[in-house]
Design a protein around this ligand. Structure first.
Ligand code: DGT
Ligand code: CA
Ligand code: CA
Ligand code: ZN
Length: 573
């Protein structure tokens, strides 16, 4: 048994003791020892082998009784006392407490009253509103639970990779800290975060300064540092308080272009670039480009790529997917810009499962300088999201039009997010569909149909008058794979029937994903970058969808909601 497994058991014991209203002192003692053990640099196994039970007792927080338990665990892999306790409080229930914001008492209620014994079931319950119905919970706590689950998943998903919304703020915090130092000329987040990859392994930062030692020493003592992994004269790696690795690299400003380029990656892009260059007798590194005995330095990346005879390559494109050849041939696409979206076409109000009113969403859209905003509440079939019937949907449209009168030079569009049912039919009538300004069709049920059935279902949806195909693959990063579907058939149909593929901006969706966007483009498909907002703040997530479209090589011409309203409405016709 390793330290983490042992720590986990002690942590669970502390939770169970708390539930049993045991003494505060014992609860805290187990909690503390779990914490100490999970942060030990030496294995308990080795400590025991070398110094016996006495050596274990020297570990802070470990007394005779806990030392005996450690020995039992090391010898048998089990702990009788713990096995006994988990009969009443099973591990399946305790796992819920790993979600930030869920304490032991809450976990017990969720488990015993709602039979929730997995994170998946918890997420489903929180989305469906059943938790809120228990007197213990208010609406706000369901939002908190979902946010907690997001954090929990970020921690465990894909071998501890993070989604962009986790990595971004941490990088910002670090850059703010560095920028306060006058000796810092430039600093940037690089690596996968700068490329806006869908998940981020660790955070990489580069700094240009003439005083590297000063920065390294200062950084090592920064308030967000949990521990130092490695420290040199021009680089340092730390673990951030939030258990995230951060690598920092420093070079003088004269060579900043090379530094940025090198650590932005991707590794695959750099390998391809180096291979191409070496055939031309050039050697590329983070210090510059060597040609014979001469070394060239670059202040910025543009001059570096131009030196190689290439156009500048946006970080999002640096994945070795043909960008080097395209840059040499001056044929790189001018990818959609971060400020070119003119309106969001996927958002939910409190008429279905959103949290805000039409007016509140419209005001936020104005702040984002949008020209239009499409309201797309769920239709009736989606039981969990209290969807709207045909009749309610038309009343909602009237309300949207009424609210629209409050605004000048801005247009609210009345849409809906319609379910493409398992049999391929929509869950509102085609007469109602025609009365809407536009509609999104999405798959929200029966995800496990086989490829043939799912393809047939979606094709049927595409042909029935929808304008946008919502979160097309249905994946939830680190949580649920996309369904099996014949993408080529879907792309051909979308192009033919003028249905835009959505690029959903939710960090755990990013759906359609970058590589599929690039594939779909070759079939002449159009896209709609949406936030799928259920809350005002979600409208800001659009940048992640834009990043995904950029990574898929999409241009302004390919994105219907970067078009002026007239052109968009015309396309919908
Ligand atoms: P991540 O952290 O897994 O999301 O992906 P990246 O791309 O941020 O990779 P990371 O953190 O290993 O390295 C950052 C960049 O540094 C990488 O994209 C290319 C560059 N790089 C420089 N030297 C090396 C090297 O020796 N190995 C790797 N893997 N990358 C290197
Ligand atoms: Ca990285
Ligand atoms: Ca790294
Ligand atoms: Zn939606």
């Amino acid at each position: 048994m390793n330290n983490q497994q042992i720590a986990k058991i002690f942590k669970n014991i502390s939770i169970i003791l708390e539930l049993k209203n045991d003494s505060r002192f014992r609860v805290l003692a187990y909690e503390r020892v779990a914490d100490v053990i999970s942060n030990l640099t030496k294995d308990l196994e080795d400590i025991y082998k070398e110094g016996g039970i006495k050596a274990l007792e020297d570990v802070p927080g470990v007394g005779v009784s806990i030392a005996e338990k450690i020995v039992e665990l090391l010898k048998t892999g089990k702990l009788q006392a713990y096995t006994q306790l988990t009969k009443e409080f099973p591990e399946k229930m305790l796992i819920l407490t790993e979600v930030p914001g869920i304490g032991p008492k809450t976990a017990e209620v969720l488990y015993k009253k709602l039979k929730i014994d997995s994170i998946d079931k918890l997420a489903k319950a929180a989305r469906s509103g059943v938790i809120e119905k228990l007197s213990r919970f208010k609406k706000q706590s369901e939002l908190n639970i979902l946010r907690g689950i997001e954090q929990f998943q970020n921690r465990t998903k894909e071998r501890n990779r993070m989604v962009l919304t986790t990595a971004g703020p941490i990088a910002e915090e670090i850059l703010d800290f560095l920028n306060k130092d006058k000796s810092v000329k430039k600093c940037d987040a690089v690596g996968s975060l700068r490329r806006m990859k869908e998940t981020i392994g660790d955070i990489d930062i580069v700094v240009a300064t003439a005083a590297p030692k000063n920065i390294i020493d200062k950084f090592a003592k920064a308030p967000f540092v949990k521990n130092i992994l490695a420290k040199g004269n021009t680089k340092i790696s730390i673990t951030h308080r939030k258990n995230i690795r951060v690598d920092l690299e420093i070079l003088p400003a004269e060579t900043y272009g090379s530094l940025l380029q090198h650590f932005t990656g991707s590794k695959e892009h750099n390998v391809a670039l180096r291979t191409w260059a070496s055939a031309k007798g050039l050697k590329i590194s983070e210090y510059g480009i060597e040609k014979g005995s001469k070394i060239y330095h670059f202040k910025d990346e543009i001059s570096l790529y131009n030196f190689l005879g290439m156009d500048y390559i946006e970080p999002e494109l640096r994945e070795d997917r043909g960008e080097i050849e395209a840059a040499l041939a001056h044929k790189l696409p001018k990818v959609i810009g971060y400020h070119e979206i003119l309106g969001d076409l996927h958002c939910h109000t409190n008429k279905s499962d959103g949290h805000n009113t039409i007016t509140e969403l419209a005001q936020k859209a104005l702040k984002l300088k949008y020209n239009y905003l499409g309201i797309s509440d769920h239709t009736v079939g989606l039981g969990v999201a209290s969807g709207l019937s045909d009749q309610k949907l038309l009343a909602h449209k009237a309300e949207i039009y009424k609210v629209n009168k409050k605004f000048k030079g801005f247009r609210l569009l009345a849409g809906a997010e319609i379910n493409i049912k398992a049999d391929g039919k929509l869950d509102i009538s085609s007469a109602t569909l025609k009365k809407l300004d536009y509609s999104i069709g999405s798959v929200h049920s029966a995800f496990n149909q086989d490829e043939a059935a799912m393809t047939k279902r979606i094709l049927s949806g595409i042909k029935s008058g929808i304008k946008i195909f919502g979160h097309p693959s249905g994946r939830l990063i680190g949580h649920r794979n996309g369904y099996d579907v014949d993408w080529i058939e879907i792309f051909k149909a979308c192009a033919k029937y003028r249905v835009a593929l959505e690029v959903n901006s939710f960090p755990e969706r990013l759906d359609l994903k970058d590589t599929l966007v690039k594939d779909a483009l070759s079939y002449g498909c159009k896209f709609c970058i949406d936030s799928d907002a259920h809350h005002l703040d979600h409208l800001d997530l659009i940048k992640y969808g834009i990043a995904t479209a950029r990574r898929g090589w999409a241009t302004k011409n390919d994105i219907i909601n970067s078009w002026e309203l007239d052109k968009l409405l015309n396309w919908f016709k």
